[in-house]
Design a protein around this ligand. Structure first.
Ligand SMILES: [Mg+2]
Length: 155
């Protein structure tokens, strides 16, 4: 039980990375082109977001990514997408300890269910948030993410 952690689980596409505003993103993904994942702009001011996350990390939170790979991917495309997503995270210095880059449609809670309490999910997808049962969820589209995170800061 000593390994149980408070974890903030961030989705990537549409939550941190503005994938859906990359021109022709869907056509490119359907053509097994991973470039939209690399080219997506951050949705948030990353400096501001990271500075709050660093405070939460000091207060015992762990930050992770739980993100789906593209739909109907070949093994090669999965590898390329993982690489592109890891490059994006490195480029913006996102302070996560682990990035769970999992097959499209996988239950996200499975990535952390044995190690997390509580685990807060930040995800733009309503169905994914609805299926989360390890703690609270944050809808980054309709809620103020920065404010929600600031409310977690103690003291
Ligand atoms: Mg998403």
């Amino acid at each position: 039980m000593s390994n149980i952690k408070k974890i903030l689980c961030f989705d990537l596409d549409g939550t941190l990375a503005d994938l859906y505003n990359v021109p022709n993103w869907l056509e490119k993904l359907q053509a097994s082109d991973p470039s939209p994942y690399r080219e997506a702009k951050p949705i948030y001011n990353m400096q501001k977001l990271i500075s709050i996350l660093n405070i939460l990390i000091k207060q015992g939170w762990e930050v992770r990514i739980i993100s789906w790979l593209a739909k109907n991917s070949t093994k090669e495309y999965k590898t390329a997408v993982r690489k592109a997503k890891r490059e994006w995270l490195a480029k913006y210095k996102f302070p996560c300890t682990t990035a769970h880059l999992i097959a499209y449609g996988t239950t996200k809670a499975d990535s952390v269910r044995n190690i997390a309490a509580p685990a807060i999910l930040i995800d733009d997808n309503y169905k994914i948030r609805k299926g989360w049962h390890l703690g609270e969820t944050i809808d980054p589209i309709n809620e103020n993410l920065i404010e929600r995170l600031q409310n977690l800061v103690e003291g």
